[in-house]
Design a protein around this ligand. Sequence first.
Ligand code: CP
Ligand code: NVA
Length: 311
Amino acid sequence: MYDLKGRDFLCLKDFSGEEILQLVKMGLEFKRRYYSGERKLPVLEGRSIGLLFQKPSTRTRISFDVAAYQLGAHPVYLSWKELQLGRGETIADTARVLSRYLDGIVARVYSHKDLEELASYSDAPVINALSDLSHPAQIMADLMTIYEKLGRLKGVKIAFIGDGTDNVLNSLMVAASKLGITMSIASPREFHPNRELLEYSVSTAEGTGGVIDVIEDPVDAVRGADIVYTDVWVSMGQEDEAERKKSVLKNYQVNSSLIAHAPRALFMHCLPAHRGEEVTDDVIDGLRSIVWDQAENRLHAQKAILSVFIK
Ligand code: CP
Ligand code: NVA
């Protein structure tokens, strides 16, 4: 494995396709060993890992906590508002202090800039547990799940339907571009993807055999898809825009009539789902849904991330 120890894990742009693939394979190996009875693999014995959360979380918080435990490390949950951060201590001072105690900081923040600031003042590696811009840890589990189900990543066709400004989509698009995956993104013009990340992904895909395409029609996007992926229309921190987003995105629901146009596609969602908005019950609970395996894979993907980046 490449030596990534001590590096931050903030954005998939910072890593090569080969490095991303190695992490995916490590996650699959952690899962295989877990099921063959090796529940603890204490490669991070004696380390302490902070889990700093400014927003709610179910999957990310618990999977990083349990992953740290299974690797022999001590996870320390840190609620942003209960630290002195909540009373105005600066991010820089907090980072300087935390990294004197901790061997790594997993952080979920509203603003990606705060994550970058935390990383720039922390001597310990910082791992992105979701920001307004990206969610790379989610994508490692998603890629593991696709690899498990389809046996490959290169050449897979993913249709992403819904909010083109979504943080999960940003990370998925960057990963796809590095791995030769074809992505068809269907979103209304008003919510097209982040221009800088889209341009980066389109040009990166040219060198890997992938294609990243943004269109408006969800039916066109799902035709021939192996995977149909969606996420919530209103992300954490966007509550003020909820009504407008729900109204503009109402024709982008993943329902049985949409996925009828993608007869071989499996359905993915990072969760939590807003049932009845971006996805209907019959799709998320249907035979083609792989969302629970996808959620489970967060645990094993986090072990790959922690074991690679924490010194
Ligand atoms: N998918 C995901 O990150 O879920 P949580 O918000 O529950 O962590
Ligand atoms: N886009 C969602 C993902 C949650 C895991 C959000 O940011 O709320």
